[in-house]
Ligand binder design. Structure first.
Ligand SMILES: [Fe+2]
Length: 82
């Protein structure tokens, strides 16, 4: 099936999975941060803030790549006169 599928479609599916993963990770870190904050664990809150910032950066990067791949696949699929 992979051999018969356009590589841009496979890339799109993979990038969708990566986007979902980053969003899950962000939600997990936000939940952990809330618990650490409620417990008064300020050192843990600071570390979790760093993790959260890294995950948000990763999400923005994946979304940037996904947008580029989507635009490229549309441009390849549609006639140039569009
Ligand atoms: Fe991540």
């Amino acid at each position: 099936m992979v051999e018969k599928t356009a590589s841009s479609l496979i890339d799109g599916v993979d990038l969708g999975a990566a986007t979902r993963t980053e969003n899950y990770e962000i939600a997990a870190y936000e939940g952990l941060r809330r618990m650490a904050k409620a417990l008064g664990e300020d050192d843990a809150v600071a570390l979790l803030d760093e993790n959260l910032a890294q995950e948000k950066d990763a999400l923005r990067e994946v979304e940037r790549i996904a947008t580029r791949v989507s635009n490229e696949s549309v441009n390849q699929a549609l006639p140039a006169s569009r």
